[in-house]
Design a protein around this ligand. Structure first.
Ligand SMILES: [Mn+2]
Length: 237
């Protein structure tokens, strides 16, 4: 039986849920069976999904309502999906409690950070001094900037390299990391591009979009292979 991977994705104002095919296809190609978690605020249903699935993938998308980290939305905060926010914070709580493996990318990484008490730059361009374009001009499936990988982190172990080429499609970023989270890759301007949860659960969060580089290099494919392996093993570290 392939590991069943619950995918959290877009929830619009009609409470319709949709997922980009690239997310499901990379989960499938790395050996998982993707299933889309529909919109519901029923906590019992959240717990049931958490029990049934072997791991959870929190994907990219709209900005998180800054009220979740104690700020009013600035003029440059992007689209907010309140139904998605409600669903994902609740599901994330359940999944962490059950210690099921978590992979989070882009908005997903920001969600995890906020859930652990961290904060975000609502708009990098306005709030952070950088020469790097984090909204890349390069084509969708190309690399853009590089990251420096920190020693002694799961990412260093996975890639075996000190540097990696990534892509960049974000206008928000981690400002302060939540308690218990540890950075594992930084852009050359100091922004956090990847982090993990220290301790008991498998939780890996990437600010870039590894699914778009799955066929471009072996490293980004490894991110999904490693996650699916963790789900398969029921590995909790
Ligand atoms: Mn970036």
């Amino acid at each position: 039986m392939k590991p069943l991977i619950g995918i959290l994705s877009s929830v619009d104002n009609e409470q319709s849920t949709s997922v980009m095919a690239r997310y499901t296809s990379v989960i499938e190609r790395s050996g998982g069976l993707p299933i889309l978690i529909p919109f519901t605020l029923n906590g019992e249903q959240h717990r049931a999904y958490t029990e049934v699935c072997d791991g959870f993938f929190f994907t990219g998308g709209a900005d998180i309502d800054p009220l979740y980290y104690g700020e009013e939305a600035s003029a440059d905060c992007g689209e907010i999906q309140p139904y998605r926010d409600s669903l994902e914070f609740s599901m994330l709580d359940e999944v962490l409690r059950a210690k099921k493996p978590i992979l989070a990318v882009c908005r997903g990484a920001q969600l995890v950070n906020v859930a652990f008490g961290g904060t975000l730059y609502q708009d990098i361009h306005n709030e952070y001094k950088t020469d790097i374009s984090h909204r890349q001009a390069e084509p969708l499936l190309s690399h853009s900037h590089e990251v420096e990988i920190s020693e002694g982190t799961p990412l260093k172990e996975l890639f075996g390299e000190n540097r990696a080429r990534v892509n960049s499609f974000h206008h928000q970023a981690v400002k302060t990391l939540g308690a218990g989270l540890c950075a594992m890759a930084l852009a050359d301007d100091g922004l956090i591009e990847a982090f993990y949860l220290i301790g008991k659960s498998y939780l890996r969060a990437y600010q870039w979009r590894p699914e778009r580089l799955y066929d471009k290099d072996d490293y980004n494919k490894k991110i999904f292979d490693d996650f699916i392996a963790a789900c398969r093993d029921g590995r909790n570290e």
